[in-house]
Design a protein around this ligand. Structure first.
Ligand SMILES: Cc1ncc(COP(=O)(O)O)c(C=O)c1O
Length: 345
């Protein structure tokens, strides 16, 4: 029986078109700027995001780290959400490797940071304080239920940051999900920001890689930072070839994932014992109500025994993610199995 794997969109495998493109890719030494496939992916990515230049990196984590190293010096401060991926899930790399001081601000349930909080957190020009150089936002916001940040909000946050001389970096790991959800172009979402990363290896199904986009001067700095981190990958055009297919083909089908996420959420909400958060992209967050006697890890184990994989995020909370490998019948089966498991608790 097929395993229905809803743990993450990172589990997606490269498509047949990607495997073919990888097999045929022309490659060269990228540290010399001579890999034609990487060069093409970078040009395409910059165009798609409306930026001057782009840099292929190993992962979303590396993209954010390289971006922050290029924007901030040691001892300088970045404002970011207390629920953001960069703050919580990137091992504190910006502090460990960059000496950059994170100043977390409360993420609102919709993934935004209050403009007043941003303004109040910017250090005055005073020798007691670190210089605040950067604001980071995340779109869609993973922990805030995959909610997309609007063009209007991003522009407002950028205006606050820019008025005080800060730059704005966007962790757009799932920016194409945001674009589909809001029915705007990714370039509109990125227009107010100074740099943006997006991931090829999540819902877009490429096996490896993310892209960092920004001005030509910024990307030159970022290229140095990537090399510093050991990220000069030589003939990585084999990976970029899959990334090109991801960008050209796979961004077109994300609305299917969003439709299935909504169907999954509606079905889960109808099961006694579950409470589901609002869904606006491919991430479905839900929790066990107090009446359910077992905890989420136990439910996770019982689902797994029936070939359905869902992530227990805490004692009561779960996340399920739809992606290219989840079809309508998988949603139906997940709901039936969940009903069975909770019915027996
Ligand atoms: C919002 C966000 N940013 C960054 C990342 C990091 O991406 P990677 O796993 O490629 O390092 C993730 C990974 O899930 C993410 O959800």
């Amino acid at each position: 029986m097929k395993i229905v794997d809803l743990r993450s969109d990172t589990i997606t495998q490269p498509t047949p078109a990607m495997r073919a493109a990888m097999a045929q890719a022309q490659v060269g030494d990228d540290v010399y700027g001579e890999d034609p496939t990487i060069n093409r992916l970078e040009t395409m990515s910059a165009e798609r995001l409306g930026m001057e230049a782009a840099l292929f990196v190993a992962s979303g984590t590396q993209g954010n780290l390289v971006a922050l190293l290029a924007h901030c010096g040691r001892g300088e401060q970045v404002l970011l959400g207390d629920q953001s991926h960069t703050y919580l899930f990137e091992q504190g790399g910006i502090a460990a490797l960059g000496g950059i001081m994170p100043h977390p601000l409360p993420n609102q349930p919709d993934g935004t940071l209050r403009l007043a909080d941003i303004e109040a957190a910017i250090s005055p020009d005073d020798q007691h304080f670190p210089r605040t150089r950067l604001l980071c936002l995340e779109n869609t916001h993973n922990l805030c239920h995959g909610t997309p940040l609007t063009v209007e909000y991003t522009a407002q946050a950028a205006a606050v940051a820019h008025a005080q001389g800060l730059k704005l970096h966007l962790d757009g790991a799932r920016i194409f999900n945001a674009a589909v959800s809001l029915r705007v172009a990714a370039s509109e979402l990125a227009a107010p920001v100074d740099s943006v990363t997006f991931c090829l290896s999540k819902g877009l199904c490429a096996p490896v890689g993310s892209v960092l986009c920004g001005s030509a001067a910024f990307i030159e700095e970022a290229r140095r930072a990537r090399k510093l981190l050991g990220g000069g990958m030589r003939q990585a055009g084999f990976l970029a070839a899959a990334g090109i297919v991801a960008l050209e083909e796979m961004t077109k089908r994300l609305s299917e994932d969003h439709r299935r996420a909504k169907e999954l959420a509606a079905g889960l909400a109808a099961i006694p014992g579950l409470e589901v958060s609002p869904v606006s992209s491919n991430l479905v967050y839900f929790r066990l109500t107090d009446e359910v006697s077992v905890d989420a890890p136990e439910v996770e184990r019982r689902l797994k025994a029936k070939q359905v994989l869902i992530l227990a995020r805490s004692a009561r909370h779960f996340r399920a993610v739809t992606h290219c490998w989840i079809q309508d019948e998988d949603v139906t089966r997940t709901l039936a199995v969940m009903e069975q498991v909770l019915g027996s608790c």
